[in-house]
Design a protein around this ligand. Structure first.
Ligand code: FAD
Length: 650
């Protein structure tokens, strides 16, 4: 059997150049690598091997120590989200105060006035005011405009009265609310003189800072067990006419005079700013969890042997084409996700800088792009964890493989911060708008969507003989055909008598979803392609180009129908693509280990027995079962006696 060390030595790529692309620069990659190495030496940040045998209460309590130890390691830079990359990858489970630091702090920074920031920010980032993000209610989540919690302005006392008028209006799901929070950023309908001014955000104290008991008029608690996510105290919250000062409405873009005059300014989308920041985090940090899955699955696939070859030597399972087909397209997709995530992140930062200067011009493009990438990436991470688990056979099913926990901890991300289907629909709405812009004002099309500037040219493209250099044009062609067909279908439905909203809701959903998802795949390809131009090491450039092509062909082969229907390709072209796909699997296989190890993950952060760096799956798996599994430490005589007492006497 070839050892992992031999596979590493035979690789032709410059690992640190690849790491530099992943983490933004080689210096940053080295910092992250060092962070992981430092983590290995700190017992408090390790997740105990026996964690998944523990009660939820014990799991929950263990996380505070781990979280604060991480904070110490990042020098308490709690308001700098970039600093969370290391801890989030290393701890894999969700951490306490994640929503609060990831959403409430940015919300106050972006939506608060200078006075509000001065009054609250220090207490917030030092976790004295631990606030949750209380938006979703039992009755409404995606449809934020229909939230029912009210904030009624009382002119006499210059206060807001926060109230939960119905059971549907009870806040439900906010993370950090059930146990940890003493404040909440509450989203409620602003009512002044019986007039509704839409959903706004309010800082409300919910628990006493010393005793942590709920304040008068507040009912609050944890909602109960979920799929994984055991250490997150998602909570419920009801208000019975709770009074808060006028000062507590976040007022940078909407304010109210003492007499009750409401003044709005800027783009209303700004109120989603903190959701956009959280989506940025989901786009840049969380996809690296898929690198954990793939590090484990690929290392295991090189070391695991089943069945013999012609020379009666056992094959490593990575030799099988089907195993490569399971894992290598995921590896290619991971690079596409991470490299496009880096570019999106820069665009988000640029947009928020512009917004701070009063320029909202990029808001729509940025919001739409984040919606689509969030939906595509979060789905990818969960899907990747599941395929990696399947690729590891029986051992993948055990928590000790490290794989089930990634699935569990990441499956909520497809729902939270905007349910994925709704996210795709938001992007699709923007794409349809761009069709119109392309006819009237093509110069107004943002760079990320520049293919809409050359629609006519794209629609004429044909490809009889497949070459790698055609992949980009084929992806462009798929996107533009899909979106123009959807636009035409919309017009036909409207001409047939449906109003636009009904056509959208009842006739176009699947076409809209497909167009938006395809656009994101195209966008990922473009970002991947642009990023690898920075690579100076020739062999590394060759391997990454193979990976890029594998990604592109995989996407094209998943849905060739649009290309065939529109005579862009022939069946022969599809066959050529399939042949190239198989060749690429063979070419990438020897480099897959070093490609994934360019993420520089450390064994402690992987929490696995089967995917460790030294490639000894059986030794660790047996050792953990024997020595780390607390079930085996039960005093069995009394347990068996108890069981016997339960059995019916025959
Ligand atoms: C683990 C977890 C943590 C969370 N943390 C927080 C938090 O900290 N703070 C907070 O405020 N909230 C939080 N949430 C709530 C979360 O944001 C919402 O659950 C999420 O936005 C989805 O909304 P929903 O539950 O209303 O789903 P729904 O909108 O009811 O979705 C149900 C189904 O209906 C479909 N659907 C709905 N409307 C349409 C439409 N117009 N067109 C097509 N299909 C449609 C959806 O695609 C989906 O398939 C959390 C949720 C989870 C699971």
């Amino acid at each position: 059997m070839i050892s992992l060390e031999q596979v590493r030595q035979q690789s032709k790529i410059d690992k640190m150049q690849v790491a530099g692309l992943i983490y933004g620069s080689q210096e940053r990659a080295k910092e992250i690598q060092q962070f992981f190495l430092d983590c290995e030496k700190v017992p408090e940040v390790q997740t105990n091997a026996d964690f998944y045998n523990w009660s939820r209460k014990k799991q929950f309590l263990s996380k505070d120590k781990q979280g604060f130890s991480f904070m110490k390691m990042i020098n308490n830079k709690v308001d700098d989200m970039e600093q969370y990359t290391g801890p989030m990858i290393y701890s894999a489970t969700t951490n306490h105060y994640g929503v609060y630091l990831g959403m409430v702090v940015p919300a106050v920074k972006i939506l608060g006035t200078d006075e509000q920031i001065k009054a609250w920010l220090d207490d917030l980032i030092n976790i004295r005011k631990a606030a949750c993000y209380a938006q979703t209610e039992l009755g409404h989540g995606s449809d934020i405009q229909s939230l029912q919690t009210t904030a009624t302005y009382d002119k006499q006392r210059e206060e807001f009265i926060i109230n939960t008028p119905t059971i549907q209006a009870a806040k439900f799901w906010p993370g950090d609310l059930g146990i940890l929070a003493n404040w909440a950023l509450v989203f409620a309908q602003l009512i002044v003189d019986d007039k509704n001014y839409g959903v706004q955000s309010f800082m409300v104290q919910i628990r006493d800072v010393e005793t942590h008991k709920p304040l008068n008029g507040i009912e609050v608690g944890d909602i109960g067990p979920k799929i994984g996510y055991q250490v997150k105290d998602n909570g419920f919250l009801k208000f019975n006419n709770v009074r808060i000062p006028k000062f507590n409405m976040l007022a940078k873009y909407i304010s109210i005079t003492p007499q009750g005059n409401v003044i709005k300014q800027g783009d209303p989308k700004i109120s989603y700013a903190s959701m956009m920041m959280m989506r940025k985090l989901l786009n840049t940090v969380y996809p690296k969890a898929a690198a954990i899955s793939l590090t484990i699955a690929l290392r295991y696939s090189y070391t695991r042997q089943q069945f013999t070859n012609d020379s009666k030597i056992e094959n490593s399972i990575i030799e099988y084409q089907t195993q490569q087909h399971k894992l290598l397209p995921l590896l290619a997709n991971l690079f596409a996700v991470v490299l496009s995530g880096n570019m999106t992140s820069k665009f988000v930062d640029f947009n928020f800088n512009e917004v701070q200067n009063g320029n909202f011009q990029h808001m729509n493009a940025c919001h739409s792009l984040l919606c689509g990438t969030k939906a595509n990436y979060t789905h990818f991470v969960v899907n990747c964890a599941e395929w990696c688990r399947l690729s590891c056979g029986g051992h993948g099913y055990a928590h000790y493989s490290g794989l089930p926990s990634i699935y569990q901890e990441h499956c909520p991300n497809v729902t939270l911060e905007g349910e994925n289907q709704i996210m795709f629909l938001q992007l699709a709405r923007y794409l349809l708008k761009l069709l119109k812009t392309s006819q009237k004002n093509p110069q107004k099309i943002p760079e990320q969507f520049s293919l809409f500037k050359k629609i006519d040219q794209i629609l004429q493209f044909k490809c009889d003989q497949f070459q790698f250099s055609n992949i980009l044009s084929l992806l462009e062609s798929s996107v533009i055909h899909l979106i123009t067909q959807t636009g035409m279908k919309m017009m036909q439905e409207i001409q047939g008598g449906l109003n636009p909203k009904s056509a959208w809701d009842y006739k176009l959903g699947t076409s809209l979803w497909e167009s938006a998802n395809y656009f994101i795949e195209y966008y990922k390809f473009v970002c991947f392609q642009k990023t690898i131009l920075q690579v100076t090491h020739l062999q590394t450039q060759v391997v990454l180009t193979n990976l890029l092509n594998l990604f592109g062909i995989t996407i094209l082969l998943q849905n060739p129908l649009t290309l065939l229907e529109n005579d862009v390709v022939t069946q022969q072209t599809i066959k050529q693509m399939k042949d190239q796909y198989e060749n690429l699997l063979t070419l990438i296989k020897p480099e897959a280990l070093v490609l994934i190890e360019s993420f520089c993950l450390a064994d402690g952060g992987l929490r696995t027995t089967i995917g460790r760096a030294d490639g000894k799956p059986y030794e660790y798996t047996y050792d953990w079962a024997l020595n780390e599994n607390s079930i085996n430490q039960m005093e069995l005589t009394s347990v068996v006696n108890q069981l016997k007492n339960c059995r019916p006497k025959l």
